[in-house]
Design a protein around this ligand. Sequence first.
Ligand code: DC
Length: 235
Amino acid sequence: MPTTDTVPVIAIDGPVGTGKGTVSHRVASILGFSLLDSGALYRVLALAARTRGVSPDAGPALARLAESLDIEFAPGDAVQPVRVRLGGVDITDDIRTEQCGNDASRVSAHCEVRDALLARQHGFRRPPGLVADGRDMGSVVFPDACVKVFLVATARVRAERRHKQLMAKGIDVSVNRLYREMVERDRRDRERMVAPLKPAADAVVVDTTELDIDTVVARVLEIARTKMVAAYFRE
Ligand code: DC
């Protein structure tokens, strides 16, 4: 259900490895806006489901679990800007594994799960504004967002970026395997029946394949400035 809230939302969507997370965090801190990492919610649910033995195919059971989860987001450091707790236990690193990302992609394909997490996502919309990072922020969760950006990049470059990030954390995994898993995850996210990964009709698509993070942040801020000024004068 569309929200009628007047707090401005900047929706930043796109597949894994486009720099979405870093860009969203940087834009939110520059503007002093709150940040919603919606992928983290699906990851927490996937981790909780695995721990409690709930199948990633059991939509209704996953939705009940999603409603009961005691999730907290807290400020982190430069490496992990947001810490995530489940029932008071820090699970920030546990939800960042490739396994958890792939499980999250499976649990997020159920419409019951997406409905169960909707109100929680709307709860992040607080003054003075929100940067929402995900797959369906501009298309489904915040269809009235005044700024919608959809980041893309070639799968090869996205796999290489992810590989570099994992190597920096001391995790050694083959770039070809990452590439194959990424293509599979994108396919599942794009082809699912509910809230598929695709740009909202009014989103600005930015190809980050050949851009560094500073350039992408500058471009998103420029798009936000233009759209927010236009929205102000429309009112
Ligand atoms: O952004 P991420 O890698 O943390 O997301 C993990 C998975 O969660 C992703 O493959 C699909 C799902 N997801 C989603 O369906 N909708 C969102 N808004 C965010 C993530």
